[in-house]
Each structure stands twice: as structure tokens, then as C-alpha cells.
Design a protein around this ligand. Sequence first.
Ligand SMILES: [Zn+2]
Length: 168
Amino acid sequence: MMAFTHAAAGATAALLVAQYMNAGTIQSLLILSGGVIGSYMPDIDHPKSAFGSRVLPLSLPISAIFWHRGITHSLIAVVGVSWLTWWVLNQADWDRGIAIPMVIGFAAGYLSHLLGDWLTNSGVPLLWPSKRRFVSPLKLCTGDSREYILGVLMYGWVAMTTMKMFVK
Ligand SMILES: [Zn+2]
């Protein structure tokens, strides 16, 4: 799945969570930004990805140790990295009113990335260290037209939902 679609899915997942939580406008925007950041994170194991190429000092060693779509594409990583983000924000003394929605969005965005890759041919090792890869029965090829359509639909929904928060 492309970074474009991952970001769209991260934003969609985050806003769905914000709606479910009945979050206010500011909170929703924090959850949304956490979601977009979280949606990029798993590909830190991929030095050629949009995100990985910007953080080579991190992505190169991680990809050498775990390969692409290894531990970073597992449920352990969702929990571990979300907890780590929470810990870092706490250490940095961020206001909880900001840190909590950010981390919630981050976890939602991260999960949405796994869901997105689950839809593609190579699947994801959700239960890493087990090598089993989970693949959706309904497969999508990375970069095919259906992926673009899905991405555009999600961006449309995100834009509409965000706008509605301001006219309320
Ligand atoms: Zn990925």
C-alpha cells in the first residue's frame, strides 16, 4: 500500500475513533494528527518508503534486523510503540489533554496501516514472532486503480468530516 493511501486510512481511522469517543473539535484534530503520524510509522522498517527514506539512520538498521513487514507490522508493535510514544510525551511533560488524544490517534493510525497492508498481496505478520502472514481474502495490488479510488474516497470523507466540525 502506498503512503498516500496509508495516510488517508490513518486519518479515517482516527476520525472514526474521535466520533466514537464523541471528542470535541480540538481533541478530534489532535487524534487526527496522531492518526496520520501513526499511519506512517510501521514502514520505518522500509528504507525506500516515503517515511523510511527520511529517517535512514533508523530505517536501515531496523530493516537489516527485522526485514520489511516484520515486527513493525505486528500487534505487539502497535501496543509497544503506542506505549513508547506515551512514555516519551510524558517525559517531555506534555499536557495530558494533548498527549492522550495524540496517542489514541497514533494507535488507531498504526493499526490502520496494518489493516491496509493486510489488504495487499504480501499480507502482514500480525502475530510476530510467528511467521504466519495474514492476508485478506479480498486482495488489492499496491498502486492499482482501486487503491487510488479507496484513497480518494477516504480523503473526501476526512475533509467533509473535518469541515463539519467547524460549522457545527
Ligand atoms: Zn507497511
